[in-house]
Design a binder for this molecule. Structure first.
Ligand code: 48F
Length: 257
């Protein structure tokens, strides 16, 4: 049978339309497809929650692809090995408590396993604002990334979710939007974004977990965004904290949902 271009187009449009309309209302909407966001999405999907993830770029994986300074290997400490094992990512011991994994295998496997568990990912979609009801975040305002990049004047669309998770890394983009609008009412020490501190890997990895919290009703932070919001240091290319933070936010939310 000759392949028909219109059937190909119709198949893509039908399937995408269905995926998009299915995800207009979810339990959790995650912003940012780095390691913490993907892991959060996986554990929420595993817990039977309806969860969607929006990523600005064409590719998922955030800062994980590049390892450290484009050396595409990542370091993971012992505490996070169970997560690598859950996903089936291979690792090797380097020395006591230091393990390495191939960054490409890590991103590809995290993504594949999370999607198969039920996480829906929309790539090339930028979150530009939140849906807010007095005193609570209740969803996201989204647009195509190329619209944002070209500066075209195109109005966005809106999705509703019971909770939002900001996993946008150093940028803390969702928290920044909310901070501008709620006048010092974030649950940080200052009521505003406390700001990321300089490199201190050991401290940062512990802080990331402690800072994986609800920063405003309906809005959680995880991964590097947690430290950038609550004033923790950065940690560079050690990824255990990112993975554990994604797991933590998923478990906390699964309890509340
Ligand atoms: O930065 P990123 O990988 O976040 P993470 O999960 O991991 C941090 C580490 O990669 C590394 C580190 C530690 O070990 O410090 O930096 O905390 O991924 C963040 C993702 O969010 C996307 C961005 O393109 C990236 O893929 N993103 C940022 N802003 C938006 C967004 C937005 N407004 N809408 C959609 N996606």
């Amino acid at each position: 049978m000759a392949l028909d271009e219109i059937v190909i187009s119709r198949a893509i449009i039908d399937r995408y339309y269905q995926k998009l309309t299915d995800n207009l209302e979810t339990d959790v909407a995650i912003v940012g497809g780095g390691p913490s966001g993907i892991v959060a999405g996986y554990f929420l999907a595993q817990a039977g929650k309806k969860v969607v993830l929006f990523e600005r770029k064409l590719s998922i994986g955030g800062g994980m692809w590049g390892g450290g300074m484009l050396f595409n290997e990542i370091v993971v400490q012992k505490a996070a090995l169970p997560i690598l094992e859950t996903f089936g990512i291979r690792y090797r011991q380097y020395q006591e408590d230091y393990y390495t994994a191939d960054a490409i295998e890590a991103v590809a496997t995290l993504t594949g396993v999370a999607v198969r568990a039920g996480l829906t990912i929309f790539n090339c979609v930028t979150v530009e604002d939140v849906l807010m009801r007095p005193e609570r975040v209740e969803g996201l305002v989204i647009n195509w990334s190329p619209v944002e990049m070209t500066g075209l004047h195109v109005d966005p669309l809106t999705v509703r979710s019971r909770f939002v998770v900001d996993t946008t890394g150093h940028a803390t983009e969702v928290v920044k939007v909310v901070e501008r609008k709620v006048n010092g009412k974030l649950s940080t020490a200052t009521g505003k974004i406390d700001g990321e501190k300089s490199m201190w890997a050991d401290r940062a990895e512990t802080d990331t977990l402690a800072n994986t919290l609800e920063v405003y009703p309906g809005l959680y932070v995880a991964g590097m965004a947690a430290n950038a919001t609550f004033g923790g240091p950065r940690m560079g290319p050690i990824f255990g904290g990112m993975l554990l933070s994604g797991e933590k936010v998923a478990k906390d939310l699964a309890m509340r949902l």
